[in-house]
Design a protein. Sequence first.
Length: 404
Amino acid sequence: MRSYPNLNLNLNRLFLFPMASQTQDSPLQLSPVLPYSVRPMSLEVGIVGLPNVGKSTIFNALTAAGALAANYPFATIEPNVGVVAVPDERLKTIREFIKSEKIIPAALRVVDIAGIVRGASTGEGLGNKFLSHIREVDAILHVVRCFAGGDILHVEGSVDPLRDIDTIDTELILADLETVSSSLDKAERTARSGDKDSIARSEILRKAKVHLNEGKPVRQLEFTPDERKLVKSLGLITAKKVLYVANVAEDDLHGESPLVQQVRERAKQEGGAVVPVCGKLEAELSELPESDRAEMLESMGLAEPALASLTREAYKLLGLQSYFTAGPKEIRAWDIPVGATAPQAAGVIHTDFEKAFIRAEIYTIDDLKQYKTEQAIRAAGRLRAEGKSYVMHDGDVTHFLHGA
Ligand code: GDP
């Protein structure tokens, strides 16, 4: 298991974390319900970007954690770790039919990774301290500045998101080249003895090296599923998936400006996506009480904070989907990789449930809407009994039967 140096601090921070919770008779409200069971295996996304593009502002708004956001490069010297809920309307739908004390959404870990500037891989700025943090994350949120903000310094002197993306990519590519070169030497030495694993590693490393030398990130390369596992074990930063977060101006909330279009075009070439977020506005929104927040959103013609779609996109980027458990104590979303089987899904709740899995009883939210209660779903023959080989579907409402 990974260790998180800031975990104690962040457990404290969880007390501030506004999880959505609701009682049957009251409207959905923010309350400090602790996501105690945010499991250590929760996947983690790292926020990267040049200084002053709005990383801390977005991180703070995401986690409502209050880390320092200042008009000063390297305001976030230590990586900040937070936990964010993945908004999911389906939880509220289930709540309409099943009485429960609280709702617990799925969660992601977010790390604010500071210190990447031009030359960082060779020691500029904070040097390559960022590397150890970024190697740990499962995917990258790359914040690019698309707002002018006259008084806010841009480290490169002007607003140019494509140049900024290239600057960051170059640093990460250089860092990967170093990793690849030293790993390749080792792998080639052991490959000489005929070790199959080392031979496979050498081949991938050579392929990656050629590509990186052309200034391209490893994520652009095609790999077989077996190769992909090997790539993962190499810890290459540019092999990680990236979601671009365009930090937009207040008058461009939907990201229609030419600057955002450029980022969108770049993401498209890479098979990725862009989420427009106005950091400043999201920061203001995150400080408002829930009731005022809805009003402010409405006045701006937005259905939800941009951070909600950002979190959902990040969840998708990680290849995650949710299944639900629902009972009188809690209605809860659990994250599982797309393709997980029923026992694997049970194992997310408790490893013993996976080992002692007997079967799963599953229905859909549409069944719940149609039949209103679990008893009626069962009576209508819509409660499915699924065995060990069942591959979970997104949105399955599940009871696990196990011998643990
Ligand atoms: P970081 O260095 O990338 O973490 O950047 P910060 O989040 O500390 O932001 C740098 C400065 O830009 C701060 O003064 C923020 O208030 C400001 N800022 C962040 N997002 C926005 C935005 O969307 N619009 C404007 N105008 N300013 C922003």
